[in-house]
Design a protein around this ligand. Structure first.
Ligand code: PSU
Ligand code: MN
Length: 343
């Protein structure tokens, strides 16, 4: 006969506990769903530079067997400059940060048999004990939970062409606005609407930085790069000239504009870049085909990427592998500068 608010009693055995206390007692510990490899955990604890890597590029982004060689080469590139790589994936219902070569090979062989997993379906894949690859959004999230500040990938997701009607906007963009990790990429592929992608990042308060390199013609404005090519036609909102400058912005953003991350775009080196007219034609045709097939949701990006690879006759694949390695090197420089600042 008390006047206290009625609360459901889940177990019938703990009537004195509030619902929130019961939920809390039943909650999983983070450690039971997220496992950080000892090597990565030690490096993070010491404040040494660690660079996270995603796994959707392994399962959905690149064909077998260059997905294996690229994933292993990425890790080696990071080690060669004295940093620790942390490839992220979900293996049998556990988010793993820091994979061994056997896990990488398993994912590479699974390919599209692994579930491409963003923040959206992360809890469902884990709760069901499945194996999945992580996109930029879920990799950033896992990296942050593990204490990692920098993440290297090829291209990020963005606003799809026609996104003003479909609202197909990658979860990568909103993740950047709520997770303090710097994502190093070569821009967004021109399969996307790059001007709207940059607009959306502005709305979400995500700094968009482009690294100026020696390949830029002097005197011209620096554009946001477009993955296979160096110029999307969109001027970069911010231009940076060194990894140290990026590290200072990360430190500033951490205190002034939390919890947002930063997007660092690294233009593809001129020697690897695809011919703009050729690749635009291939991309336009692939996007049109995807539209005619009525593709929706998570399958859109991998389907278009595979079509571009196929139709470009090797041109796209060559660019792809080279630029991811280049991005990993820049990510190491940023992670090293940030680690030095934080000491
Ligand atoms: N863009 C690429 N290569 C990729 C991807 C995007 O050039 O491999 C992958 C990344 O994992 C990215 C994801 O996070 O696709 C975005 O998918 P969606 O558009 O469904 O959000
Ligand atoms: Mn989408």
């Amino acid at each position: 006969g008390s006047s206290r608010t009625h609360e459901p009693n889940w177990t019938g055995s703990t009537p004195s506990h509030s619902l929130s206390q019961q939920l809390h007692r039943r909650a999983l510990s983070l450690a039971s769903v997220l496992s950080v490899s000892p090597e990565v955990a030690d490096a993070v604890a010491r404040g040494d530079p660690v660079v996270a890597l995603e796994s959707t590029i392994i399962t959905h982004g690149l064909p077998h067997p260059i997905n294996i060689s690229t994933a292993l080469a990425l890790e080696q590139t990071i080690r060669d400059v004295g940093c620790i790589p942390a490839t992220v994936a979900i293996i049998d219902g556990v988010v793993r940060v820091g994979l061994g070569p056997e896990d990488i090979e398993k994912l590479a062989v699974l390919g599209k048999g692994a579930k491409k997993t963003s923040r959206w379906d992360l809890a469902s894949v884990v709760a069901n004990g499945l194996t999945g690859s992580t996109t930029v959004s879920s990799t950033s999230l896992a990296a942050h939970l593990a204490g990692i500040k920098v993440f290297a990938t090829g291209g990020i997701g963005g606003v799809h062409r026609g996104g003003e009607d479909t609202l197909d906007i990658s979860a990568d963009l909103t993740e950047l606005s709520r997770t303090p990790v710097t994502v190093v990429c070569a821009g967004a592929k021109a399969i996307l609407d790059i001007p709207r992608t940059v607009e959306y990042l502005e709305t979400q308060g995500v700094p968009v930085l482009t690294l100026a390199d020696g390949d830029h013609p002097p005197g011209l404005p620096i554009p946001v790069p477009a993955f296979y090519t160096r110029d999307s036609g969109v001027p970069s909102p911010t231009v940076v000239r060194s990894a140290a400058e990026v590290a200072r912005m990360m430190a500033t953003s951490a205190v002034l504009t939390p919890p947002s991350g930063l997007l660092l775009c690294v233009p593809i080196p001129t020697s690897l870049a695809a011919d703009t007219e050729f690749i635009s034609r291939v991309i336009d045709q692939a996007v049109e085909k995807a539209r005619n097939r009525g593709l929706k949701g998570a399958e859109v990006t991998p389907w278009i990427l595979a079509e571009v690879e196929r139709e470009s006759g090797g041109e796209a694949g060559k660019a792809n592998v080279g630029l991811v390695i280049n991005n990993a090197r820049v990510a190491c420089q940023v992670a090293t500068e940030y680690a030095a600042l934080a000491r």
